[in-house]
Design a protein around this ligand. Structure first.
Ligand SMILES: C[S@@+](CC[C@H](N)C(=O)[O-])C[C@H]1O[C@@H](n2cnc3c(N)ncnc32)[C@H](O)[C@@H]1O
Length: 178
């Protein structure tokens, strides 16, 4: 089993690790569950909390990140929203896909970067694409333009129709983690 897994991911990594094709990159990072080299988390301030910054340039159209978490139904999302602390609800990404409301619950601090990307409604440099892998939607961020080293990655939460509870981050400085 271990050998089979190594062979599968070994070949998969070789095939996709250097791919710039966004669909291939999205497949690679959603299946393997990692984040791209060239992106890092930084604390910004008490108002915005943390954000994701580039430490390498990215080209327009390139796959950047997956907003990764547990894909749950509308009903399960509503149930969790009744029991979660407000500061965990900011990591519940509700979206429409194939005529249904879904939710990616990214409340768990799993070290992934996509859950920490902030909103910019004026000049975002990333856009959301739903990528279907094995029949399930994944929330992937692509570069909306060329992005320089040191820029914060942002997307427009409203335009991308991601519904999210938004408290002031300053009230979440000591927030509980799942
Ligand atoms: C998915 S989280 C993003 C990561 C968050 N900054 C953190 O440190 O955990 C979404 C929350 O971040 C904050 N946020 C995102 N974009 C913001 C912005 N442009 N200005 C202020 N706060 C923002 C809001 O509190 C929002 O509910």
């Amino acid at each position: 089993m271990i050998i089979l897994t190594t062979i599968f991911f070994g070949n998969f990594s070789k095939k996709y690790a250097t791919a710039k094709n966004p669909k291939d990159d999205a497949k690679f990072y959603t299946v393997t569950g990692g984040d791209k080299v060239g992106l890092d988390v930084k604390y910004i301030n008490a108002f915005k909390g943390r954000g994701i910054f580039t430490c390498a340039p990215f080209e327009k159209g390139e796959f950047l990140l997956e907003c990764r978490g547990e894909l749950i139904s509308k009903q399960e999302c509503e149930r969790r929203q009744r029991i979660y602390h407000d500061c965990l609800k900011v990591f519940m990404f509700e979206f429409h896909f194939n005529g249904k409301l879904w939710c990616v619950d990214a409340a768990k601090e799993d070290g992934s970067l996509g859950r920490l990307v902030n909103d910019d409604n004026l000049n975002p440099n990333a856009k959301m694409k739903y990528v279907t892998i094995q029949g399930k939607p994944h929330l992937c961020l692509l570069a909306a333009r060329d992005i320089s080293q040191g820029e914060e990655i942002t997307y427009n939460y409203v335009k991308e129709q991601i519904v999210m509870f938004v408290p002031q981050m300053s009230s979440c400085l000591q927030y509980p983690t799942r």
